[in-house]
Ligand binder design. Sequence first.
Ligand SMILES: [Zn+2]
Length: 219
Amino acid sequence: MTVSARVVIGVAALTTTLLLAWQVARRSADHVVAAGFWFDGVTFESPAFDAARGGPLSAAERAAVESLARAELAAAFAGLRLDVTAARTAHYRVRVVQAFQPRQAIRGMAVAESRALGALGGEGAIDFTTLAALAVRFAPPGTARADLVAAIGRGIGRVAAHELAHQILPRGNLHATTDEASYDFGSIDRAGQFYGPMHWHFAGPRLRDVLGVRAAPAQ
Ligand SMILES: [Zn+2]
């Protein structure tokens, strides 16, 4: 497939007057909110990966993509009062699909999107095919096959973290940063989405404020 130069992360936000009440309730005591993350019927077919590596992802590699994505997502929220689960009924939800349907009304190509639902949390989706193609495109020369597989999982987990941040922080501009090594950055069309370390920038303190920080284990 051809990867468009224009890659945008779309988000449509719905806010309700219940949002503030919900946020106050969430701060209480030891509340931990759940986020659901799952692969929704993904076949893991990737023409870009096949073309670069001469064959499809193996069953073991597919499992690795999924587990690495989950681990990356959990790492993004480590220390905060948010549990990453596979529950499809969780307050915040992000699912990975094989590919978005073409939508001619949208200029460019959305690869991930979320809707903030106020007191009802939020829901989002990620396009596996495009993420895999971008991991291939940004792979440094000589990247080992296993490292490319890991980069696909890493990139998916990181965009899932970005989408959850849209749901958790529906107000304000999540994309204010110019730090390409941050989860907040407004495009996944960058090597840092897949390779190298990543951190929260402006969203970090906002997420800590809304979600709360986990208490340190008793000594
Ligand atoms: Zn975004």
